[in-house]
Write a protein that binds this ligand. Structure first.
Ligand code: FAD
Length: 317
């Protein structure tokens, strides 16, 4: 079922989880180990992130550095198929612009359609670690909206080659990313919302937000979206703090702020176990308020660590 169908039929707030593919070489069992304890909560769908291949410098035995092209977390499409097969739950693969030509994107979409996977979250992807700004693949997409338009075209039966015969349209339900605290490259919130609205006008069916730790950011974001005519569901993304180090790593990596009360409580902790407890309690309070606001879905960023999510969801439902 499509994400939007789940939302249309909901009787209360739904649950969904985002997982990462395992590091290359590890087995699919690590995905099952993450998901098995979460499936008791009957999530409506599971998102699987996509990780582009990138150039890294590897030090050889002779001390010289070699430039190599590696994909650390391959397997998004296969994991989605495995999830559907094992749990009979809908899987939402993420599709990125970075590292893909339009032809490779089309091939990946055809694979997904053949597998019966008709949900997608389309995002641009971040710049490679070796790049300062995002550079598309030659013949690829620069912004998520361009990738979105390619999917919308395929949903209309328009493929890259124009002379195909007996063409079957795909039927993808398409989510896009939104940023309650603004995307870090956008000059201001108004501009960022302008481009978000463009994605919705181009055919996005729903929005999933970046993580946030102060619900006021989410409520204000939804209000601003509604004021400018964005009517699609806006799914809040929740990430519980699980280590002390995340006080600095999360703001740096995701360009979000941590409220002073949360940071004060975390600074009083001495171990990751104590920090995890603070993070859990904070997330429970956040989720309780979001549930009272009847958000369509609570979407948890698991970071492949199910334990804190299990404890939070148990406390909520
Ligand atoms: P875009 O919508 O293309 O926006 C990027 C920036 O460009 C924004 O500042 C926007 O305001 C601006 N912009 C947009 N259109 C235009 C235009 N036409 N002209 C000028 N400026 C424009 N990354 C991964 O690599 N893999 C994942 O699986 C993944 N999953 C994610 C899931 C969620 C829910 C979220 C919130 C993010 C995810 N990301 C993922 C991270 C995402 O790729 C980055 O945040 C990326 O920097 C931006 O992606 P986007 O789709 O929002 O880009």
């Amino acid at each position: 079922m499509k994400v939007t169908e789940h939302i249309a039929r909901r009787k209360g707030t739904l649950l969904s989880f985002e997982i990462l593919p395992p590091l290359k070489g590890r087995s699919i069992q690590s995905i099952y180990d993450t998901l098995d304890p979460l499936m008791d909560f009957r999530p409506s769908f599971i998102n699987v992130t996509y990780h582009r291949a990138e150039y890294i410098y590897r030090k050889n035995a002779d001390g010289l550095f070699e430039k190599v092209f590696v994909r650390k977390r391959p397997g998004t499409v296969g994991i989605c198929a495995a999830i559907v097969n094992r749990y009979q739950v809908d899987a939402v693969p993420h599709m990125v612009c970075g590292g893909f030509t339009k032809e490779e994107t089309e091939d990946a979409l055809i694979d997904l359609a053949y597998l019966g996977i008709n949900n997608l979250l389309v995002v641009r992807g971040d710049p490679e670690r070796s790049e300062r700004v995002f550079e598309p693949e030659p013949g690829g997409h620069r912004y998520a909206i361009e990738l979105l338009r390619q999917v919308v075209n395929m949903n209309r039966g328009i493929y890259l080659e124009e002379d195909l015969t007996d063409v079957q349209p795909t039927d993808f339900c398409i989510g896009v990313a939104g940023y309650p605290e603004k995307h870090y490259e956008a000059p201001n919130m108004k501009t960022d919302l302008f481009y978000l609205k463009a994605k919705v006008d181009a055919g996005a069916h729903y929005i999933v937000t970046q993580m946030f730790f102060d619900n006021r950011h989410y409520f204000s974001f939804v209000e601003q979206c509604r004021a400018m005519g964005i009517t699609v569901p806006i799914i809040p993304g929740i990430k519980p703090i699980t280590t002390r180090q995340q006080i600095s790593t999360l703001p740096r990596q995701f360009h979000i702020e941590l409220p002073a009360d949360l940071v004060d409580a975390l600074l009083k902790t001495h171990t990751d176990a104590e920090a995890r407890q603070v993070g859990k309690e904070w997330a429970i309070q956040q989720c309780r308020e979001l549930l009272r606001a009847d958000v369509p879905v609570l979407h948890f960023y698991t970071m492949s660590n199910p334990k804190p999510i299990v404890e939070i969801v148990k406390a909520l439902f």
